[in-house]
Design a protein around this ligand. Structure first.
Ligand code: FES
Length: 125
């Protein structure tokens, strides 16, 4: 197995935005692009109550979770004080404008967490 998997071009990720990477098991991986074009990869799961970080607001080198506004550092996955917790991060490589993720980490990191459930309301709203 190749150690690295090509995911997308850097330019496929919106500036100050994200793109999700589907995996066979576990929650998706969120790729974030900052204003300075740095790219980061975190499990798309907030360490607080599992909110989708890919839907948050990217600012500086952090993302604000859309659920309760915790701030998560993109380079470490660590929640900023006074909050506590960490979401797993993924190694990545940028080569010729392409983003590559580590295959081993894609297969193993954070797969024990439940994937986010999204879709239409079960009850009439
Ligand atoms: S789930 Fe992210 S701040 Fe609560």
């Amino acid at each position: 197995m190749n150690e690295w998997k090509k995911i997308c071009a850097v330019t496929d990720i919106p500036v100050l935005g994200s793109r999700r990477v589907q995996r066979v098991k576990g929650p998706q991986v969120a790729l974030f692009r900052c204003a300075d074009d740095n790219i980061y990869a975190l499990l798309d799961r907030c360490p607080h109550k599992g909110g989708p970080l890919s839907q948050g607001i990217v600012f500086g080198n952090a993302v604000a979770c859309p659920m309760h506004n915790w701030t998560i550092a993109l380079d470490s996955g660590q929640a900023r004080e006074p909050d506590k917790g960490c979401t797993p991060k993924f190694s990545l490589r940028i080569e010729a404008g392409q983003v590559w993720l580590n295959q081993q980490e894609l297969a193993t990191t954070g797969i024990d967490f439940e994937p986010l459930k999204a879709g239409p309301c079960a009850k009439a709203c």
